[in-house]
Write a protein that binds this ligand. Structure first.
Ligand code: PLP
Length: 378
């Protein structure tokens, strides 16, 4: 920092220089984030100073947060819903597992997650000092029930299922996992950070939410397919007691307890999420999801025409392509063709996320470049 400040114009030049170095989403096929909806961006700006860590001062913002929780409870079939806005899937997952752990008095607790679980569960193992056991996947890249069940023992405090895996967009057999959770009296957290704003708006009925009696908590991210601003995640609990396992006293605030992981919390993200959910409604989200799925189907059809198959038939707008040398292809596409794509681990494949910033023309340009890049690597 300089001794004397710069003028507003000088600062804006610095900001624009930095912005020019950021990639635009237009050629990004690797991210689960996208441009927020216009109304979310407007609402975010309007509530920038609002701190949900001390929501007694911001009752208006707090009422919007409560409305978001109620609405998501409705969409995800739970009338007794409780929860709050987190910074995203990682925080929601940490807090869900923390609640499971705190509700048991087990010295060396463990949880069982699918091998496809997001890397936030590796952070959880470290932060919460809990063993995270990883169950194998079946040939469709869903968790194997046999493997999941075999890893449960007397120290298991809960199970995790994924509704929209990060790498493949696959949905675990959550109805079966829910049955197992009820049978074994275990918590079941569903990580729907990505799929939560997709699955309810697809024509097919993918069972994943609180309509299944064993599901105790859900993570769902408005800053991914919900078209809200970053940072907006939501953690939802069916039972209020599970939220109370996260209680901390807050002596000098307008409120005397918090259940959140962070202290200061973005009211801007609350306003943005509330605004875009009010504006789009279920019908609007159905249209967003339907367009992403049309683009996904178009992509799959086009790559099949050039001899490339998806690893699994896409369940949502995430596609993994079975290509030779995925890692080399990824860097070639980035360096020579300016496309951002990513790769999956097991099996190794080229991973594409078809977010709302995509369009048919861009997909066609990408497929043409993909075909050239594959040929050049042969
Ligand atoms: N869970 C799933 C299934 C995800 O796909 C992601 C991110 O892509 C996360 C959790 C973590 O979310 P965040 O990056 O918002 O913390």
């Amino acid at each position: 920092m300089n001794e004397t400040g710069l003028t507003e114009e000088e600062v804006l030049v610095l900001l624009n220089n930095a912005k020019d170095k950021d990639l635009k989403y237009d050629r990004v096929l690797s991210s689960m984030c996208t441009y927020p909806h216009k109304i979310a961006a407007k609402a975010h700006m309007q509530f920038m100073e609002s701190n949900m860590g001390d929501f007694g001062l911001f009752q208006g913002t707090y009422s919007m947060e409560q409305e978001i929780i109620r609405s998501l409870g409705n969409i995800l079939h739970c009338s007794s819903i409780n929860g709050y806005l987190t910074t995203g899937g990682t925080e929601s997952n940490i807090q869900a597992i923390r609640s499971m752990r705190n509700s048991h008095r087990i010295k060396v607790p463990n949880i069982v997650v699918p091998e496809s679980a997001h890397f936030s569960f590796d952070k959880i193992a470290d932060v919460l000092n809990i063993e995270v056991r990883k169950a194998n996947l079946d040939e469709e890249l869903k968790v194997s029930m046999e493997s999941l069940e075999s890893l449960i023992d007397q120290n298991t405090v809960g199970l995790v299922a994924i509704a929209g895996s990060t790498e493949f967009g696959q949905v675990d057999p959550i109805a079966e996992i829910s049955k197992l959770a009820v049978e074994k009296n275990l918590f079941l957290h569903v990580d729907a950070a990505f799929g939560g704003f997709v699955l309810p708006f697809l024509p097919e009925n993918n069972e994943f939410d609180f309509s299944l009696p064993g599901v105790t908590s859900i993570a769902i991210d408005p800053h991914k397919m919900g078209l809200s601003t970053i940072p907006s995640g939501v953690l939802l609990f069916r039972n209020v007691e599970d939220l109370t396992h996260l209680k901390a006293e807050t002596p000098y605030l307008t409120i005397d307890t918090q259940y959140t992981l962070t202290g200061t919390r973005s009211g801007a993200a609350v306003a943005a999420t509330y605004a875009v959910m009010q504006h789009l409604g279920r019908e609007g989200y159905r249209q967003v999801v339907s367009r992403c799925m049309e683009l996904t189907d178009h992509l799959v059809k086009s790559v099949k025409e050039i001899g490339i198959d998806p690893v699994i038939d896409p369940v949502m707008n995430v596609v993994a392509l079975d290509v030779p040398h995925p890692a080399q292809l990824r860097s070639k596409l980035a360096k020579e063709y300016k496309w951002q794509v990513s790769i999956t681990q097991k099996p190794a494949a080229l991973r594409l996320v078809i977010m709302p910033h995509m369009d048919f023309e861009t997909i066609d340009m990408f497929v043409a470049d993909l075909q050239k890049a594959v040929l050049e690597l042969q």
